[in-house]
Design a protein around this ligand. Structure first.
Ligand SMILES: [Zn+2]
Length: 263
């Protein structure tokens, strides 16, 4: 039987951690059954790099946006540049954006303004918005609910938030993307993964961060999304084939037909 194709929906492939061996990392991912990698932009410059990496390369897509850590750099000019990037055929989503009150690299109001502007961009351009949420549950839930009856498509990436964000995400039909955190011993939200509707579930690495067991402590790589998928399948009581097929279908529905192009 043909092994179903896997999609890593969140990878910081432009990170300097991959400068020495980016092509080899992608070849290894392909050997492990990964057909497509979504390369995340976390700043204007990072988004330009992500788009340059994905341009004309089958199996790679890019996103364009400004991470909550970088929210202080959001401006009219940043908005214009992100909007221009979003017009490129290889750019499938806005982000990553969101709220991070854990590190607080940017003030809360600045983070909220940048997040709000990027949610609106997603709505305006009909692109999904990739959302990072950490220690900001009340504001995150309120901002998602405020999107109303016609929200943009939202992806709650590396999902590990509490009930309020879960409920708000469910109420707007968000996708829930699970990372290597689900393989960690201290992962306590197994129930969430088990009850996530099968048409809302995505898998990702967030590489080079959050390497799953058995690679924990090492640099994470897109190929390791296989370990995330295996653990997700086990926690849901599904076969890896079923889990893989569903998450890949979801990635395609969420991000569009470019996901069909293969490494
Ligand atoms: Zn990320």
């Amino acid at each position: 039987m043909l092994r179903p194709s896997l999609v890593d929906t969140h990878c910081h492939l432009g990170d300097t951690a991959f400068d020495a061996d980016r092509d080899a990392v992608l070849a290894q991912a392909k050997a492990l059954g990964v057909t497509h990698v979504v390369v995340i932009g976390e700043s204007v410059a990072g988004s330009e790099r992500a788009v340059a990496l994905a341009r004309g390369v089958a199996g790679l897509s890019a996103t364009a946006g400004v991470h909550p850590h970088e929210a202080s750099s959001w401006s009219d000019d940043a908005r214009r540049r992100v909007r221009d990037l979003l017009a490129a055929p290889e750019v499938v989503a806005v982000g990553e954006t969101g709220l991070d009150y854990h590190y607080m690299h940017s003030p809360r109001e600045t983070q909220r303004a940048s997040f709000e502007a990027q949610l609106q961009l997603g709505l305006e351009l009909g692109k999904p918005v990739i959302v990072h949420a950490r220690d900001a549950d009340a504001d995150m839930a309120a901002m998602l609910r405020a999107l109303g009856p016609r929200p943009p498509v939202v992806v709650l990436h590396s999902f590990a938030s509490g009930d309020h964000v879960w409920d708000a995400g469910m109420s707007i039909g968000a996708y829930f993307s699970f990372s290597g955190m689900i393989t960690f011993k201290n992962w306590t939200q197994t129930g969430r993964l088990a009850v996530c509707p099968s048409d809302r579930l995505l898998v990702e690495t967030d590489a080079p961060y959050l390497a799953p067991v058995p690679h924990r402590g090492k640099r994470n790589e897109p190929g390791f999304v296989r370990d995330v998928a295996a653990r997700a399948a086990a926690l849901r009581g599904e076969t890896v084939e079923t889990l893989t097929q569903r998450t890949t279908e979801n990635a395609r529905r969420c991000f569009g037909s470019r996901i069909d192009s293969s490494l």
